[in-house]
Design a protein around this ligand. Structure first.
Ligand code: CDP
Length: 227
């Protein structure tokens, strides 16, 4: 994997990050969850009472962007996201962040800031990056592009179980609505919409466990990189 890039894009809550985490161990490379960067900016906007400006005054909202510093730092051998020096990863997947993130991610200036950071990440060990536009925009020359999808029922149930385990007070319907809304917004925004790239390999993981997917991708990597 040294110096190589694997892009994993796909629909909301298809387990891209969990899969990428396993694969990065397998291939001894780094993993970057680009969605966590969009979520971190959204969290900042919510916590600082700025989210209302998405519709009202986008220039004012953008004037606050320079106050936001996003970095990945190694903690216990893993890369963790820091927002203005604070490790806030545990707050990123809440439904309140999920309900706003696609509006924030549709703003071109915010995408420009984050795409720049994503391209600056040290790729010497190899990188697996997951998101929505990794193969289409961030790394169009990625060595391998995967696109994950799954039935809405399975995606919602997985995310619901994950959030309930963390003690969230939500219903399955809340999660279904959020996933459908994000898929719609992410696929229909003007800047870098979610698309299936021509050279991406589509994996429907409705009936696949993570170990199933890891085995499948190891085979794909073998035939793509080492043939
Ligand atoms: O894990 P999940 O599929 O729920 O989403 P995520 O990867 O954490 O991404 C959250 C949101 O960030 C997405 O719904 C998109 O609106 C946005 N996103 C994006 O626009 N571009 C990316 N490369 C990654 C995420």
């Amino acid at each position: 994997m040294v110096g190589r890039i694997i892009a994993i894009d796909g629909h909301a809550s298809t387990g891209k990050s969990s899969l990428a985490k396993y694969l990065s161990k397998e291939f001894n490379c780094i993993h970057i969850n680009s969605g966590s960067m969009y979520r971190a900016i959204t969290l900042y906007m919510i916590n600082n009472n700025l989210i209302k400006y998405v519709d009202k005054d986008i220039d004012y909202l953008l004037s606050k962007l320079s106050d936001i510093r996003i970095e990945f730092k190694e903690v216990d051998d893993k890369l963790k996201l820091f927002l203005n020096e604070k490790n806030i990863e545990k707050d990123l997947n809440s439904l309140s962040v999920s309900n706003e993130v696609s509006n924030i991610a549709a703003i071109p200036e915010i995408r420009t800031k984050l795409v720049k950071l994503q391209r600056e990440i040290d790729r010497s060990k190899g990188v697996i990056m997951d998101g929505r536009d990794i193969g289409s925009v961030v790394f169009p020359n990625a060595d391998l592009k995967l696109f994950l999808t799954a039935s809405i029922k399975v995606r919602a149930k997985r995310r619901y179980d994950e959030l309930i385990k963390k003690g969230a007070n939500i219903t399955l319907i809340d999660v279904i609505n959020n996933i459908e809304d994000r898929d719609h917004k992410d696929s229909n925004r003007k800047t870098s919409p979610l698309v299936i790239d021509d050279d991406a390999i589509v994996i429907d993981n409705t009936n696949k466990t993570i170990p199933d997917q890891v085995e499948l991708i190891k085979e794909i990597v073998k035939s793509t990189f080492y043939n």
